[in-house]
Every structure is written in structure tokens, then in C-alpha cells.
Design a protein around this ligand. Structure first.
Ligand SMILES: [Fe+2]
Length: 244
């Protein structure tokens, strides 16, 4: 039986068809999952833009929504470049991250900067997921010799990284400090209970704020969230081209 080293040498020498087929299958599955995730991201970005407080944050989400539509088209080009039918897979991660973004909206006061800070954090979580997914996909494409696919995927990877940086800059420029100075305890409701949310227990139907102290959180909770989001980002993007 070949040693692991021999198998790697065989693979890169084009003599290990089983590994080649396995990685090809993995690559196609990843592509389908990213394709599904990007389509969900288009919707999520629209919802985040609608819920935003400031024009700056709204336009950042709308701009990336446009970019994401192009990314969907670019993924179709990737499928075509390797002769595989365009097809959506599944991605529980994006489903959960989009749910988290909705939770930010239900937990924050309409018109508050805390909401924008929360939306930026939720947006960055989506970007970080995409950066990891695209970084891995680029690496797989390169290993498999899919040059055109790697080029296209790298283009999107760069866009995702730029969006992440833009969101950090937005948060640092004014959203964080102004959100921290919002003088009430009502702009953030510390409630992550999705069951309550689905039963309508968190958000008042007419959008009025809760007076129930059980939902009250402190300003420091809100700003702490924001700061940790920014700190996370300043550690640099995860994934990258060596994501696997
Ligand atoms: Fe994207």
C-alpha cells in the first residue's frame, strides 16, 4: 500500500484518480452550497438594508447586495467553466446567520444606532463565513487545476474581504461610539430566545419598545457586543486562500 507521501506525490503527478475524483466531488458540493448561500445573502442584505438606521449602513448593504447578485452570476460561470450543471446545494450556516441578523432587528429599537451596530456585526459574520468558503474553494480549484474557476472565485473572495473591511471602517468611524452613547437602556433587548420570538413574545406588533424589565439590557451589553465585533475583524479575515 502506498504511503501517504507517495499518495500525495501520485496525486500531484496526476496518478491518483481516486483522490482527484474525491476532491472534484468535494469542490462541486462546496460550489453548490456557496451558490445557495449567495442567493440567501441577496435576500438577507435587502432585509438588513431595510432595517438600517443610517444612510451609510443602508447604502453599504445595498451596494453589497448588488455585488452579491454579480457573485451569483460569477458562480454560474464557475460551474460552466468546469462543465457542471448549475445547481443549489444547502448551507445551514447561512440559514443560521440570516436568522441571527433577523434577531438583531427584533432585539433593537427601530431608528437606533445600536441596531446599525448589531447589523454590521451580523453582516460581518456572513462575510467571514463567505471568506472561509471562498478561500477553501479557491484552494480546491487550484489543486484540481481549474485555473479559470480559481480566478473567478478569487475575484469574489477579494470582494468579500473588501466588504468586511468597509463594514469595520463604518463601525469604527461613528456607529460604535454613537451607539455606546445612546442614553437609554431600551435600544437593545437581550433576548435570544427564538421560541419567544416566533411566538411574538419579543417584538410588540406595533413596534413600540418594551417596558418589561425582563427584556431590558444594559448599554454596556450593547457596546460590548459592538466592540467585540470590531476586535474580531481587526484580527483579520479568516479563511483566505489557504482556507483548507
Ligand atoms: Fe458574497
Amino acid at each position: 500500500m502506498a504511503t501517504f507521501g507517495e499518495r500525495i506525490a501520485n496525486f500531484f503527478g496526476g496518478n491518483d484518480s481516486a483522490t482527484q475524483e474525491g476532491l472534484h466531488g468535494l469542490f462541486v458540493t462546496e460550489l453548490k452550497n456557496i451558490y445557495y448561500a449567495e442567493k440567501q445573502a441577496v435576500d438577507a442584505l435587502g432585509e438588513q438594508a431595510d432595517a438600517s438606521t443610517t444612510d451609510e449602513v443602508r447604502s453599504a448593504f445595498l451596494q453589497h447586495q448588488d455585488e452579491t447578485r454579480n457573485q451569483v452570476t460569477r458562480l454560474e460561470q464557475v460551474f460552466n467553466s468546469i462543465g457542471v450543471d448549475v445547481e443549489e446545494g444547502a448551507c445551514a450556516a447561512i440559514d443560521g446567520l440570516a436568522d441571527d441578523a433577523q434577531l438583531v432587528v427584533s432585539n433593537t429599537e427601530s431608528g437606533s444606532l445600536t441596531r446599525d451596530a448589531g447589523l454590521i456585526i451580523a453582516g460581518q459574520k456572513i462575510e467571514h463565513h463567505e471568506i472561509a468558503a471562498y478561500g477553501s474553494a479557491v484552494t480546491l480549484a487550484q489543486v484540481l487545476g481549474y485555473t479559470e474557476a480559481a480566478r473567478l472565485l478569487e475575484q469574489t473572495l477579494d470582494e468579500e474581504k473588501n466588504t468586511d473591511k468597509k463594514l469595520t471602517a463604518l463601525a469604527e468611524s461613528f456607529i460604535n461610539s454613537r451607539a455606546a452613547s445612546e442614553s437609554d437602556n431600551d435600544s437593545y433587548r437581550n433576548d435570544n430566545d427564538r421560541d419567544d420570538y416566533s411566538q411574538g413574545g419579543v417584538v410588540s406588533p406595533d413596534g413600540t419598545r418594551y417596558s418589561d424589565s425582563s427584556y431590558g439590557s444594559t448599554t454596556s451589553t450593547g457596546s460590548g457586543y459592538t466592540n467585540s465585533g470590531t476586535g474580531y475583524t481587526s484580527n483579520g479575515p479568516i479563511g483566505g486562500t489557504s482556507g483548507i
